[in-house]
Design a protein around this ligand. Structure first.
Ligand SMILES: CC(C)(COP(=O)(O)OP(=O)(O)OC[C@H]1O[C@@H](n2cnc3c(N)ncnc32)[C@H](O)[C@@H]1OP(=O)(O)O)[C@@H](O)C(=O)NCCC(=O)NCCS
Length: 174
């Protein structure tokens, strides 16, 4: 793993979570249980803390950073898909942040929010629970359906299994 102490603070990763060796975690990062952090992810907690809750996953090439006196909180059972940028956001449980989305300063996503693929969520937006947002700037479009919530949960379960499999079987071979 590429874990770096910074200013006396070290990333904390429990043994039942998987951080790919090509992810870089710096400073005050706290990862929960059964999380998967994919290759190319950068979590840079130098100005402030980044906390990621149990069973959440952060997929390839996503970038998480914090401004001074701020923080990023990702609660439990959250999917952060490929190529997402999160800055000073608070993402509550069971949200799905779609591929390539950008979530800006002091955004709060309440529970079960879906941010559509490639959307840009403007600074300070507070998204109520169970809403879909889309576009640039992102606007509320629809309610998340029960089927979509089931699909999000299935995604979390797939990633929990993947996490176990990576811990058990992944080897560098060259
Ligand atoms: C949020 C989401 C689930 C909604 O899916 P859906 O219900 O099938 O919705 P659609 O794709 O049909 O889009 C619904 C509306 O939002 C609009 N929309 C969707 N994404 C948009 C975007 N990025 N910007 C602007 N409008 C967008 C669509 O044009 C459509 O508009 P309409 O109702 O006027 O026709 C889906 O858009 C999405 O982003 N899923 C996340 C996928 C992902 O990244 N998963 C993680 C993989 S690891």
């Amino acid at each position: 793993m590429s874990l770096y102490e910074f200013d006396g603070k070290r990333p904390q990763v429990p043994v039942d979570s998987f951080v790919h060796p090509d992810a870089v975690l710096t400073g005050d990062v706290k990862i929960g249980h059964e999380c998967l952090i994919a290759p190319g992810v950068s979590i840079r907690a130098d100005f402030g803390p980044v906390v990621i809750g149990n069973r959440s996953n952060v997929q390839d090439n996503s970038v998480i950073h914090v401004y001074p006196d701020s923080r990023v909180i990702i609660e439990e059972d959250v999917t952060v898909a490929h190529g997402v940028i999160l800055h000073d956001a608070h993402i509550k449980s069971r949200c799905v942040i779609g591929i390539g989305a950008i979530v800006l300063f002091n955004v709060v996503c309440e529970e079960d929010v879906f941010v559509s693929v490639s959307s840009i969520v403007p600074k300070g937006m507070h998204i109520p629970a169970g809403k879909i947002v889309a576009g640039n700037p992102a606007k509320i479009t629809y309610d998340v359906t029960d089927d979509q919530k089931i699909m999000a949960k299935a995604g979390i379960d797939y990633y929990r299994e993947l996490c176990k499999k990576y811990i058990a079987t992944m080897k560098a071979i060259g």
